[in-house]
Design a binder for this molecule. Structure first.
Ligand code: ADP
Ligand code: MG
Length: 396
């Protein structure tokens, strides 16, 4: 699938008409994303390897003749009212979800864009807050709708940076560039290798129908995530300073033993995760090119172990899914699995044999529920196409 489902579009159109008593003029969609491998190294000179997924965020818009943008979401009761004549600041948002569009609007106004008053409806099949980047998809879809309404066109990179800035300055999340890049530039049947040091991006074909990605949302989110993120970042900066390197790329796996005495145990573990994960991500690209799915699966399991033991950002629920995946193994249809995203909850990603994917899905669900008492929300996906803008009617 390379575009939002008919169901999602039809549902959003009906909701728009009901909410605003008019038909929308513009429609934009943006996908969520999942990172196959390369975790917690986006801010450590590393690589990430995300794919856009076929779960979408849709924004519909029409002029409302006022000087306000009024946004309704299928997920929340309140209407967001963004005033076009006062400069947007984060405190103008009464609840968190309104900060995302407000931040995007700020980027447009700063560029002097002429934006008319708008009625906007947003709706999405990307679960909120589960590590699949509903927030970036929101920013990107809203930004695409504003481009249409303002009659201007941003370059893909410009749009990604504008959206990232909204997330930093308005939502207060110091994210890397992966989420917005993947949502905008995702390509059907491709992963995107992003070199976070140079920001260079290379599409990596993954078009073998015999393997699929299985995303499983643990439905837990431990509150440690943001405070621990800041601590890990500080640990890594400290380790780098103590080792006297300016980039983690200066070290390779085989150098680790010789520098172990220079760091305390905790900093050494952080360094080992970073250096080995950078290597695993490069090895994963080769495994994909060679269609060596067992090798790619092993790299994913190794990534999870490193994140759990050395980087200490996993949690019992994520570990449970990975234990279940190992139980099934290759004969049961699972090549590999790992936590994906920041950790302390959120989602896992597994590489599965397509012909056994449905059986894996049921096994995961049953066993996760048995072990944790929590429902697992899992689905099978393939790398999807990035953001679309659709004009749905003539405005003449
Ligand atoms: P993730 O990006 O992994 O889903 P975040 O915590 O970064 O998790 O972003 C989730 C937030 O994005 C939600 O709490 C909400 O504020 C906003 N959001 C996501 N989807 C929607 C939606 N459909 N309607 C309104 N706000 C949304
Ligand atoms: Mg997010």
């Amino acid at each position: 699938m390379s575009a939002p489902s008919e169901n999602l579009s039809a549902s959003a159109l009906a909701h728009f008409a009901k909410a605003f008593q008019q038909a929308p003029l513009w429609m934009a969609s943006a996908p969520g994303r999942v990172n196959l491998i390369g975790e917690h190294i986006d801010y450590n000179d590393g690589f990430v390897l995300p794919a856009a997924i076929d779960r979408y965020f849709i924004a519909l818009a029409a002029p409302n003749g006022s000087r306000e943008i009024r946004i309704r979401s299928s997920h929340f009761e309140e209407e967001a009212v963004l005033c076009l004549d006062t400069p947007p600041t984060p405190d103008k948002a009464t609840t968190l979800w309104m900060r995302y569009p407000l931040g995007v609007l700020a980027g447009f106004l700063e560029r002097g864009a002429k934006i008319p008053g708008l009625d906007v409806w947003v709706e999405s099949t990307i679960p909120l807050g589960s590590g699949l980047s509903s927030s970036a998809a929101f920013e990107v879809a809203f930004s695409s709708a504003l481009e249409q309404a303002a009659g201007l066109s941003l370059s893909q990179v410009e749009k990604a940076l504008l959206c990232q800035r909204a997330e930093h300055e308005f939502a207060g999340v110091p994210c890397g560039i992966m989420d917005q890049f993947a949502s905008i530039m995702g390509r059907k049947d491709h992963l995107l290798l992003i070199d976070c040091q140079s920001q260079e991006m290379t599409p990596i074909a993954m078009n073998d129908d015999s393997v699929s990605l299985l995303v499983a949302n643990t439905n837990v989110k431990h509150s440690l995530a943001s405070s621990e993120y800041a601590k890990r970042k500080a640990d890594c900066d400290e380790a780098k300073a103590q080792l006297g390197v300016t980039s983690w790329r200066e070290l390779r796996e085989e150098d680790l033993a010789s520098v172990s005495g220079l760091l305390d145990d905790v900093l050494y573990k952080r360094a080992r995760h970073v250096v080995t994960e950078i290597q695993r991500t490069q090895n994963a690209v080769e495994a994909i090119a060679d269609k060596c799915w067992e090798e790619l699966g092993e790299l994913m399991f190794a990534s999870h172990d490193s994140l759990a033991k050395d980087y200490e950002v996993s949690c019992p629920e994520l570990d449970t899914v990975v234990v279940i995946a190992r139980e099934l193994g290759v004969s049961g249809g699972v090549y590999g699995a790992r936590m994906t995203g920041g950790g302390f909850g959120g989602s896992t990603i597994s590489l599965v044999n397509t012909s056994q994917a449905q059986a894996v899905l049921s096994y995961y669900g049953d066993h996760y529920q048995e072990h944790t008492g929590i429902q697992l929300d899992a689905f099978i996906t393939r790398p999807a196409h990035g953001a679309h803008a659709l004009r749905i009617a003539s405005d003449s």
